[in-house]
Write a protein that binds this ligand. Sequence first.
Ligand code: PMP
Length: 398
Amino acid sequence: ETLFTAIPMAPRDPILGITEAFHADTNPNKINLGVGVYYDDNGKVPLLKCVQEAEKRITAQGSPHTYLPIDGLPLYDNAVQKLVFGEDNIVLKEKRAATVQAIGGTGALKIGADFLKRFSPDSQVWISNPSWENHRALFEYAGFKVNTYPYYDPASHGVDFNGMIGTLKTLPARSVVILHACCHNPTGADLSDAQWDEVIEVVRDRKLIPFLDMAYQGFSEGIESDGQIVRRFSQRYSPVLVSNSFSKSFSLYGERVGAFSIVAGNADEASRTLSQLKRIIRTNYSNPPIYGAKIVATVLSTPELHQMWENELTGMRVRIHEMRHKLADELTARKYGEDFSFITRQNGMFSYSGLSAEQVERLKNEFSVYIVSTGRICVAALNSHNLNYVVDAIAKIL
Ligand code: PMP
């Protein structure tokens, strides 16, 4: 018996598995719609101009590679706070928010999870059914029991709001509820403003702990509009936990830039909380990496680069909207009488297509079109060159 005797093989990541199969496929027409990445119309991951410009400026400064403070680059934390909560948010004026730089959105979720486990160890976690596939594992590995609340309604391809709110109304105080702030992954189905108000109401009534995960700010309607829910929550309730990511919105996937924020009831609570977040970071990885944070901080704090970024982000958003409409129109044209308009009502990079695991398998085997077995399509991987091929393939197997 050695240490290794009892170590089983861990399950493969389902999405990385698709990518491996895709790379091994020799069909020249192959298309990978299983990814969670935005591609431009030429099928390339974009390098944003605002990022390139910021990189030039950073290189020109010739700064040494020092350590950052435990909670990250101050210019970054500041700029992120303004972006996520809104510059004129009373919560910032009252110094009730603590924000720390994190290793992507995933790292932000983990800081939040570790913090909650330490200070609310008996809480249970509730995620949407379905949710981003890493939510469950991340909170389980942090030591929580993870449950699901109803979310997706296959009949309408939208939200089963009655199911969701009905479950939230039964949760004990301090239950941690993970909510997708916008562009729900994997379904693309978001709550309406009125439904969000009801959620806030129930969270307040039952004294739940809301954890807003915002990985796609700017991909639904725009930075301002997509951030509304974080603003509204933070002004009406505390605690509110927020993880945000710049992986998609800056196309900075591999630089791992994100942040974790928490809104407390007053400045004293916020500063005690910040001191504990720093302990969590210090004992995990000491302090965060510098390069991506410098890029984002430079862009966000330089008005002309900030504007350039918003324009480029708008470009990505508009292209996805166009692909949604083309996909829906073309499918409708080939499958006369069927309603695909739900694709245009969903938000962000993904669409829950309603395709079964069997149909997904046929798309792969017969057409080399790769989709997650749940039927999640990455609309952001469609482009004017591959759309018709995809539509033909889907129309044939439907
Ligand atoms: N939350 C959700 C809902 C996501 O879809 C993702 C992945 N894009 C993340 C968090 C993690 O983001 P990151 O890649 O920045 O760690």
